[in-house]
Design a protein around this ligand. Structure first.
Ligand code: URA
Length: 236
């Protein structure tokens, strides 16, 4: 791979920053000063140093974001702000993409990575990765409704949802909240499930995906890298 890409992906700033470092003679490949950004290096075999410090190359990036409302879960959009627009330049060199989609008006846990293998694993319908949502509903959610959500409802075109878990949190003072855990990812699934039981979602937030929970310190629009244990939990 190109030397400037390796350095940018290893946390040494943008390609422009990296170019400056190269020009200053700060970078050595196999103990030889290299100034050419296009130099080809093998990140697994060639020793690369910056100001004498070895570079620890990493191929993948794993981020958890508290997706805010009003932003689309896409890498590009001609009109709307995307979750990628919220990332600092140092992460863009990895070309991360969102793992699945949350609706524009849905908040909460969104994973971003450039690890296509892991994304595929998490999104594969065969894996049944559970996703937990905090749902605010327009009308009270009765025990009977929760039971129907759990056993499966027809969300249109004859599709009946797989078993889910519904926990009623609140049904008073005009506030109707539940936790809904589903193992599928059909288009607008939670909204369609509530509709199927004669209700409507007024606010939706994803709290958990697999064993990884949204960090409650992250404000909408904030993100951080996954910890090693979170990543291990996702990979298992
Ligand atoms: N279900 C929905 O309806 N919307 C989302 O964003 C996620 C799940």
């Amino acid at each position: 791979m190109r030397l400037d890409k390796l350095l940018a992906n290893s946390g040494y700033g943008s390609r422009k920053d990296v170019k400056k470092m190269l020009k200053n003679g700060a970078v050595r490949v196999k103990d030889r000063i290299v100034k050419d950004a296009k130099e080809q290096v093998d990140p697994n075999h060639d020793e690369v140093t910056v100001y004498g410090e070895p570079v620890h190359y990493r191929e993948f990036i794993y981020l958890m974001m508290n997706k805010p409302q009003g932003v689309v879960s896409a890498t590009e959009d001609s009109r709307e702000e995307t979750v990628i627009d919220l990332l600092e330049p140092e992460f863009l060199h990895f070309a991360p993409f969102p793992v699945g989609r949350l609706d524009k008006d849905t908040e909460g846990l969104l994973l971003l990575t450039n690890d296509g293998g892991l994304a595929h694993q998490l999104l594969s319908p065969k894996k049944h990765v559970p996703k937990t949502y905090e749902v605010h509903a327009e009308k009270p959610v009765t025990e009977a409704c929760a039971a129907r959500l759990e056993s499966g409802v027809d969300i249109g075109d004859g599709y009946v949802t797989k078993p889910a878990k519904a926990v009623i949190l609140e049904n008073e003072n005009g506030r109707h909240k539940l936790l809904l855990t589903i193992t599928e990812g059909k288009f607008h699934q939670v909204k369609r499930m509530l509709k199927a039981v004669g209700n409507e979602v007024t606010y939706l937030k994803r709290l958990k995906m697999g064993d990884v929970a949204l960090d409650s310190d992250l404000l909408p629009g904030e993100y951080r890298e996954l910890t090693e244990s979170e990543l291990a939990a996702l990979k298992k």
